[in-house]
Design a protein around this ligand. Sequence first.
Ligand SMILES: Cc1ncc(COP(=O)(O)O)c(C=O)c1O
Length: 396
Amino acid sequence: MMDLFEKCRSFQDAKTLMGAGLYPFFKPIEASQGSTVTTHGTKRVMIGSNNYLGLTHHPRVMAAAKRAIDEFGTGCTGSRFLNGNLVSHERLEESLAKFLGKEACLVFSTGFLANQGSLSCLVGRNDAILSDRENHASIIEGTRLAVGETIRFPHNDMDALDRILTEKRAQYDGVLIVADGVFSMSGEIVDLPGLVKIASKHNCKLYIDDAHSLGVLGELGRGTGAHFGLTDEVDLIMGTFSKSFASIGGFIAGDADTIHYIKHKARPFMFSAAMPPSAVATVQECLNVIHEEPQIFDNLWKNARKMKRELSGLGFDTLASQTPIIPVVIGDDVKAFSFTKALYEHGVFATPVVSPAVPAGMALIRTSYMATHTEDDLDYVAEVFKKLGKQFGLIR
Ligand SMILES: Cc1ncc(COP(=O)(O)O)c(C=O)c1O
């Protein structure tokens, strides 16, 4: 017999890193100006967020959130299913459906729950999910909850996906192909035309997680489908409000019957408290700002292109990034922790990604850029990377 908590006492990974002064996580932010944050009393350039459009600090967005508190209070204190459904939740769903070009939309309290809830209720005992190997953890959790079979296919590999379906499609009733629109660590865009072709060939439905594509890809940031002109071919679009939409919450959008079904079957939707009023108002106002100030997309892409040019030009390996997420490959995990610490000491807030999230020896710093970073912010970041890259023997 063993004490249940023995594994907690013997868990030393994080404590070892803390002891070595290399622990890079849970840094308490004392103040935030969006593209800069204050931690440990010092202002640092933030290149570790998902705040692509910088809307967390937009005056109109902040004012809308404050007004919603005056109107509805601070929380819904229950599930939308029962006592927590606000007119503003429903208005937001209508706005999002229109924005995305889908019939209907359902808003969840987080993107994690949107993936978990939608995947688990759609995929029954005789169905299967084909999931890209680099999909987000919340998709993996959704596939674990689903009673049908899950097959993970090699990352963005259309030939492999086609082979698997040719061999196995006949074994299942329904099949759902699931992939991130933009992969969150590499910044790479999914081969959506390839997925659409395969889904049609094998009579599968297609589900795209647009967490990192919304506000980034396509006209006005409508996402991966819009980017490729294939919105109608994506059966379900999932997204989150914790990135470009400057808040918290998530959604699933698609045809009216499927969304109605998810609304009445997804337990993470039905049995978790509703997204708070201030968060709903934040997202609604972000949509207004996006329509009225489309120049923010020019700023975002100008900044993203500049940093891809700068970092690759310095000689760093930035993988196949095509978006404002730009990974910088460092190598082994300890080196990545040391590099992150050095960045921090030089006034740059970034986070490392180590194994098993990436293959061993491929630890990286995930950098990401915002519409609101200034030219000075970015020049400074590039300067620091140049200095440390040489110091760590990563560039010449
Ligand atoms: C690709 C992807 N999907 C889903 C989520 C979950 O979203 P949320 O933060 O709203 O729970 C994330 C968040 O990190 C993500 O990166």
